[in-house]
Design a protein around this ligand. Structure first.
Ligand SMILES: [Zn+2]
Length: 216
C-alpha cells in the first residue's frame, strides 16, 4: 500500500469512528439510549464498519468502545448480539452508510402497541418529508414492525426477508423498522441521514400518539 493510500484509509476509519461517537452522544442527550441500550454503526468501505461494542454508555463513547468489524468475519469479542442485524443489512444493501438503533420511548411504545400488526402507517405529517425520498405529507409511509426476539440471528433473517419484499401498494417503505417493545432501527446513506431519520421517526411517533389521545 502506498503512503497516500494508507493515509486515506486511516482517515476513513477515523471518520467512521468519530461519526459513531457523535451519534451515540446525540442519542444519549435525547434520552433515546437508557442504561447502555442502543447501538450505532457507520460504514468504512465495502467490507468494514465501525460499530459500538456491547454494554457501554452511548453518551460517553471513547475510541476503545468502537469495533472495526469486517462484514465477512465472525463477530468480534465484545460485540453486541444485535450487531448481526447491522451486518446483514450492510451486506444486503450496499448503499446503506450508517445504521443507528435506539430504545427511544415513542419507538418502543408504538411498536409494542402495534405488535400484532406487520407495519404501522404514517401519513399527513409535514415532518415525514425529513425521510429521504418522501416529498409530501400525502405519502403513506410504511414502517415494518417485528416481534422482539432474543434469537438475533433468527430475527435478522426475518428482517432481511421482509426488507427484500416491496412495500404494500401505494406505500413508501421507511428507512427504518420497529422491534415491538424494544426500539427503532433507522439508516441512511450517510450518518447525517441516519441521524435525521432517527429524530424524524421519534417525533412522528410522538405526534401520532398525541393525535390518537387528543379528543377536541
Ligand atoms: Zn436494542
Amino acid at each position: 500500500m502506498t503512503v497516500a493510500l494508507a493515509i486515506v484509509e486511516r482517515d476513513d476509519v477515523e471518520a467512521a469512528i468519530e461519526a459513531v461517537i457523535e451519534a451515540g452522544r446525540n442519542a444519549s442527550a435525547r434520552h433515546w439510549v437508557p442504561a447502555t441500550s442502543g447501538n450505532f454503526s457507520v460504514r468504512i468501505d465495502d467490507n468494514r464498519i465501525a460499530i459500538t461494542r456491547s454494554g457501554v454508555d452511548k453518551g460517553a463513547l471513547t475510541r476503545t468502545d468502537i469495533l472495526i468489524q469486517s462484514l465477512d468475519a465472525p463477530l468480534l469479542p465484545g460485540s453486541s448480539a444485535e450487531a448481526a442485524l447491522h451486518i446483514r443489512q450492510y451486506v444486503d444493501s450496499p448503499e446503506t452508510g450508517a445504521i443507528f438503533h435506539i430504545h427511544g420511548p415513542y419507538s418502543a411504545v408504538i411498536g409494542r402497541a402495534h405488535a400484532s400488526e406487520d407495519a404501522i402507517h404514517i401519513g399527513g405529517w409535514e415532518l415525514q418529508k425529513a425521510l429521504s425520498g418522501v416529498k409530501t405529507h400525502e405519502t403513506i409511509v410504511e414502517v415494518p414492525v417485528f416481534a422482539n426476539d432474543q434469537d438475533v440471528d433468527a430475527l435478522s433473517q426475518r428482517v432481511a426477508a421482509r426488507l427484500a419484499e416491496p412495500p404494500q401498494a401505494e406505500r413508501f417503505r421507511a428507512p427504518g423498522y420497529l422491534l415491538a417493545g424494544h426500539g427503532l432501527y433507522a439508516w441512511g446513506k450517510t450518518p447525517r441521514d441516519a441521524a435525521r431519520h432517527l429524530e424524524a421517526f421519534e417525533a412522528l411517533f410522538n405526534q401520532t400518539m398525541l393525535l390518537g389521545s387528543y379528543r377536541p
